[in-house]
Design a protein. Structure first.
Length: 536
């Protein structure tokens, strides 16, 4: 394709409408037509990246292969498109300002007054185009975080206005709004949508396509009315009805020919409708699965819907590829004790020990691990979860009383988990962990090797602490083997107990690389073990 096409996705009326899912679904439909597609997210907050935000603020922190701590929407983009994202796919106001201020300090602006327009907007536009020009994607879809009308998103909206003007047909705006149902009047209301489009128009942008989020099907008349009031063609008003799984959204949009409308608006040939075979096969298997597999996640953020997003989705995908429905239970690690562990975990088929930071809730993780180990329940420890497996084993099997991670207790008598050498002089908290994809060599015959079916793998990391290799021999003699290590640094990346059916801890985050058409092998293997555990 000659020119890269740019699609902006904005949101109006309320937040949390699922702009990320709409962007990912549209991306999927265009990709299915043979185009190369990438999706980026602009977040209007001042943090340089979301790595310093806790999950209460911002849900899960996603990590890209090149080690960027990113918004969780990038996880959706990867799960839908099955294409890795990078640092260029997530940009915040903080990063835009940081780069403009750095240029100003270097004297790059040659004595000019540095202003929001044009300097900040130019930097935003540069970041939009970067993916198109350098990486030669056919489509760059840019999701703008927040809701139109927010003070902080104004420079992004202004940049979009300028780009629409500069790029003409090669740039369109998809605006997502909400159509509420007023129960007392038994009516759907389009006024909030009209207002939100007006707000965009006031900022100089005429949306090209409207997507209306709704709980139930909207009538043709209502869609026509929205089209009329908002200056949008009738076929360009699409409804996005609540569906049982987000993975059905691409089909909902395809049914309404949203991708065709995009292609026509951008002057591209429409061609035959893609079959989406692998995608439909996945949904078909999901629909066919009747038996369930019960998995619990033990963590301290379980009351937050998005805190373990990628783990939830990886488990769902793994369950479907094992032809099971996932029954997921979130277990609050702060409330888990020896007294209630059987009641809380007893009926589960498998247990995940979640990643995390700090002391809070750690004792509950040890309790869950001890229970899984003593009762031979399939158990997957991720990052801090793996480190907790190591600590529990040290204390309760090797008899190293008081063993701990130096993250929790600097003066612990047995530092079985310790700060990585290169972390010792780190003072800045932002972007300074061991981040991104690293090589790992798996020991032949191990559970991890059997899952991945190869020796050399790459998974993503986000941590400061590591298994202390001084204890390696002692652990291996005691029955916990180190079955995966980094070939350059020898850092231990995987531990497991061969005596048990499936008890594996990984220092990396396998959940970041699991997608709809390519589920992560470790999750698939773990869920399989959970199912076997149930039938045995
Ligand atoms: N807090 C641990 C570390 O920094 C684990 C991090 C995590 O679980 N992502 O090493």
């Amino acid at each position: 394709m000659a020119d890269t096409k740019y699609i902006f996705v904005t949101g109006g009326v309320v937040s949390s409408l699922g702009k990320g899912i709409i962007a990912a679904s549209l991306g999927k439909l265009l990709q299915a037509r043979g185009y190369s597609v990438t999706i980026q997210k602009f977040d209007p907050y001042i943090n340089v990246d979301p790595g310093t935000l806790n999950p209460y603020e911002h849900g899960e922190c996603y990590v890209t292969v090149d080690g960027h701590e990113a918004d969780l929407d990038l996880g959706h983009y990867e799960r839908f498109l099955n294409v890795p994202t990078t640092r260029a796919n997530n940009v915040t106001t903080g990063r835009i300002y940081q780069s403009v201020i750095e240029k100003e300090r270097k004297g790059d602006y040659l004595g000019k007054t540095v202003q929001v327009v044009p300097h900040i907007t130019d930097e935003i536009k540069r970041n939009v185009k970067l993916l198109g020009s350098k990486n030669k994607f056919d489509f760059v879809i840019t999701e703008i975080g927040g809701t139109v009308g927010d003070i902080e998103s104004l420079p992004f909206i202004e940049s979009m206005r300028q780009l629409k003007w500069e790029l003409g047909k090669n740039c369109i705006c998809v605006h997502l709004t909400y159509v509420p149902y007023i129960a007392a009047a038994k009516e759907y209301k389009t006024k909030p949508t009209q207002h939100s489009v007006k707000q965009l128009q006031e900022l100089g942008i005429q949306p090209d396509i409207l997507v209306l989020r709704t709980e139930r099907r909207l009538s043709r008349d209502l869609l026509r009315k929205v089209a009329l009031f908002c200056n949008v063609a009738e076929e360009a008003v699409v409804q996005s009805i609540d569906v049982p799984t987000i993975y059905e959204v691409p089909l909902v949009l395809q049914e309404q020919k949203m991708d065709e409308t995009v292609l026509k608006k951008m002057g591209l040939e429409v061609g035959p409708t893609p079959e989406m075979k692998a995608w439909k096969e996945f949904l078909h298997r999901k629909a066919q699965a009747t038996e369930t597999v019960k998995i619990g996640i033990v963590g301290k953020y379980v009351e937050l819907q998005d805190a373990y997003k990628s783990i939830d989705e990886s488990l769902l995908q793994a369950a479907i590829y094992n032809d099971r429905t996932l029954e997921l239970r979130m277990i609050h690690s702060e409330k888990l004790t020896e007294a209630n562990v059987i009641e809380q975990l007893g009926d589960l088929d498998g247990i995940v020990i979640a990643p995390g930071f700090g002391q809070r809730g750690i004792e509950g993780k040890f309790t869950a691990i001890k229970y899984a180990r003593e009762n031979n329940k399939p158990c997957l420890g991720i990052c801090l979860g793996m480190q907790c497996m190591v600590i529990e084993f040290a204390r309760n099997v090797l008899g190293l009383e008081g063993a701990n991670s130096t993250e929790m207790e600097t003066n612990t008598p047995y530092k079985v988990i310790d700060l990585m050498e290169e972390q010792k002089n780190v003072t800045n908290m932002g972007g300074s962990m061991r981040l991104g994809a690293y090589d790992c060599v798996l020991k032949k015959g191990s559970k991890a090797y059997k899952a991945y079916k190869k020796e050399n793998i790459q998974e993503r990391h986000r941590h400061r602490f590591e298994f202390n290799s001084q204890y390696r021999d002692q652990f291996e003699a005691g029955g916990m083997l180190c079955t995966g290590e980094n070939p350059e640094t020898n850092l231990v990346e995987v531990v497991e107990m061969p005596a048990l059916n499936w008890f594996v801890g990984v220092q990396f985050h396998p959940e970041y690389s699991s997608t709809v058409v390519s589920p992560n092998p470790l999750f698939v293997s773990f869920v399989k073990a959970a199912i076997d555990n149930k039938t045995n």
